[in-house]
Design a protein around this ligand. Structure first.
Ligand SMILES: Nc1ncnc2c1ncn2[C@@H]1O[C@H](COP(=O)(O)OP(=O)(O)O)[C@@H](O)[C@H]1O
Ligand SMILES: [Mg+2]
Length: 213
């Protein structure tokens, strides 16, 4: 069973968007997918409710209420949507559940500063220090040729962890989410530029590089 957590203490950075996109991606690949929502707002669970009956299913787990216990043992992939404002003990506890943590970051000064503190804290977690968890960052809602995107790009490039994607700001994510889908379930003519941007992240997630030795 593979556990991938999407995490950033900053709200609105794209955790639920990326978690639901990953869940739908693996479901369309024929994997048994559980999506665990640790955010009381339950955005990922809302998404599952919107998911059309004819799409490959994703099992929802209300992690904020029930923890990880209800995750079916038959799951191949467990995607975990972490809540905002995770710090201290709660952060350490959550990180236990995953071998891989993906941190989305928005091109905004406030987000970069908040993420910088968050990553410092994450790097201090024992399991991360001992390399029992692999971390990666992705830029989200990236708009090429803007100063703040350039600043984010420089910041993420300097971190000592894989920087795997620049996901553009696109209505496709909103459109897909509203319909209980992921961008890989949208028509190719609409979503191919987004598919391209996900390739390095998916390749990493599907490789041994994202799993602790
Ligand atoms: N790449 C993107 N392009 C356009 N809108 C996005 C993108 N990523 C996230 N959003 C939107 O930004 C808002 C916050 O995203 P969300 O995934 O809910 O963040 P979080 O779970 O970290 O709070 C949502 O309205 C979502 O639709
Ligand atoms: Mg969320």
């Amino acid at each position: 069973m593979r556990h991938i957590m999407v995490m950033n203490s900053k709200g609105g950075s794209g955790k639920s968007t990326i978690a639901t996109t990953l869940a739908s991606y693996y479901a369309t690949k024929g994997q048994a997918v559980a999506l665990v929502d640790f955010d009381e707002q339950g955005s990922s669970l809302d998404w599952i409710e919107r998911r059309p009956a004819d799409r490959p299913p994703v099992t929802g787990v209300a992690g904020f209420r029930d923890g990880m216990r209800p995750v079916p043992r038959s799951s191949d992939i467990v995607v975990i949507d972490a809540p905002a404002r995770t710090h201290g003990r709660e952060l350490t506890d959550l990180v236990r559940y995953a071998e891989t943590v993906v941190v989305p970051v928005l091109p905004s000064t406030v987000d970069i500063q908040a993420t910088d503190k968050f990553i410092d804290e994450l790097l201090d977690v024992g399991r991360v220090e001992r390399k029992e968890v692999k971390l990666a960052v992705v830029a989200n809602r990236f708009r090429e040729h803007t100063l703040i995107a350039q600043e984010l790009d420089e910041y993420l490039s300097k971190l000592k962890m894989p920087y795997l994607a620049k996901l553009r700001d696109a209505q496709n994510y909103v459109r897909a989410y509203t319909r209980g889908l992921g961008i890989f379930e949208l028509p190719e003519y609409l979503a191919w530029p987004d598919w391209e941007q996900w390739k390095p992240l998916l390749a990493w997630l599907n490789s041994k590089r994202s799993v602790p030795a």
